[in-house]
Design a binder for this molecule. Structure first.
Ligand SMILES: CC(C)(COP(=O)(O)OP(=O)(O)OC[C@H]1O[C@@H](n2cnc3c(N)ncnc32)[C@H](O)[C@@H]1OP(=O)(O)O)[C@@H](O)C(=O)NCCC(=O)NCCS
Length: 333
């Protein structure tokens, strides 16, 4: 990849809402059990927003912490890219809502929809703006309030998801630096659309009493199909990006996969021949937070002093669309 200035992630933060829903709490909502959820998914609890708390609110909490840590003012931010499938509203964009709430008066931005691959796609997008030399401070936000589009009476989906936000600051590295974002691979295949989708509320099925009565404003999923493709494609794209960069899984310090199901993560780990301590996992406590899984894992791993400057980090995602992708990052701080 030829670049003028390599972009680097120079800061990460996360925020999870305070309310915790354990598997025992889910047992009160649907016909399920702690044992089924743990053994099939690895999930023990998830976070939920309080009434009135939207994606932009989670994002502002994480961004405020990040700016404080970096000793930056909101007006220093030039670009905000928000990966989400649960925007505050259809429009204006959540990027606009965040810009206003943060008083990031010098920033423009937009929302990006790629479901669970949102953060990887947004990172690849922001990388272009930084590596072209045109921007110096970009925020990549991965945020989802999945509880706003989950049917709490559908045991097939409601146990799987949680709410949360992770944010990364992208800045240019000095020209000779070997640190920063080394490469991305992003893929889509619309044939997967029938297996994971939310049909109502868009231009195809605008909101009506009919779409409401048919429960079309919530996530619909064929779990087995999604599972199968997620395992295959996350492992394949990880192998693909390693091979493209003449690297092997032994060169990776940390692998951060999208957190959809612990069994998907373990299958990828096995295919990539990675050891347990190379793989970052937070699904047990936070479930699948869609766009937020990878940046929250990144932020927690930095806080835990696992990921450090110079480490080679591989991230990989898979989501509705289907969408999938990977990035290779030489950690810069
Ligand atoms: C959803 C998922 C956990 C189901 O696991 P699974 O091992 O495929 O489950 P199975 O298909 O073997 O079992 C399904 C059965 O469990 C039941 N079941 C589903 N959810 C349940 C729950 N929460 N509690 C108890 N039983 C449940 C189903 O009704 C079905 O019962 P049936 O066989 O009587 O019809 C799994 O397929 C998965 O994680 N898929 C990927 C989902 C995902 O990651 N989506 C996000 C996009 S990245």
């Amino acid at each position: 990849m030829s670049v003028i200035h390599r972009a680097a992630i120079t800061g990460v933060e996360h925020y999870f809402p305070e309310k915790i829903l354990s598997n025992a709490d889910m047992e009160k909502l649907v016909d399920t059990s702690d044992e089924w959820i743990r053994t099939r998914t690895g999930i023990e609890k998830r976070r939920r927003v309080s009434p009135g708390q939207a994606s932009s609110d989670l994002a502002c909490k994480a961004i405020t912490k990040l700016l404080k840590k970096k000793k930056m003012a909101a007006k220093d931010i030039e670009l905000i890219i928000v990966a989400t499938v649960t925007p505050d509203m259809m429009f204006p964009s959540t990027a606009c809502r965040i810009q206003e709430k943060m008083a990031a008066t010098h920033a423009w931005g937009f929302d990006l929809s790629a479901a669970c691959s949102g953060f990887v796609f947004a990172l690849a997008t922001a990388d272009q703006f930084i590596s072209s030399g045109r921007y110096k401070n970009a925020l990549v936000v991965g945020v989802d309030v999945m509880s706003s589009i989950i049917d709490d009476h559908d045991r097939n989906t409601c146990v799987l998801f949680g709410d949360g936000c992770g944010v990364a600051l992208l800045q240019p590295e000095p020209e000779a630096s070997s640190l920063g974002i080394l490469d991305h691979l992003c893929h889509i295949d619309g044939k997967g659309g029938e297996f994971l989708y939310m049909p109502g509320g868009g231009s195809l099925y605008g909101t009506s009493s009919d779409t409401l009565s048919k429960n079309m404003h919530v996530v619909h999923q064929e779990g087995k199909q999604v599972f199968k493709h997620a395992v295959t494609e996350m492992a394949r794209v990880s192998e693909e990006i390693l091979e493209k960069n003449n690297l092997s899984s032994e060169d990776i310090d940390y692998f951060i996969p999208h957190q959809a199901n612990l069994r998907i993560i373990e299958s990828c780990q096995k295919k990539l021949k990675l050891k347990d301590d190379q793989v970052i996992v937070n699904i047990k406590d936070f479930a699948n937070t869609t766009s937020a899984t990878i940046p929250t894992c990144m932020s927690q791993a930095v806080d835990d002093k696992k990921i450090k400057k110079g480490d080679l980090v591989l991230i990989a995602s898979f989501g509705a669309g289907f969408t999938w992708g990977a990035s290779l990052i030489r950690w810069a701080f």
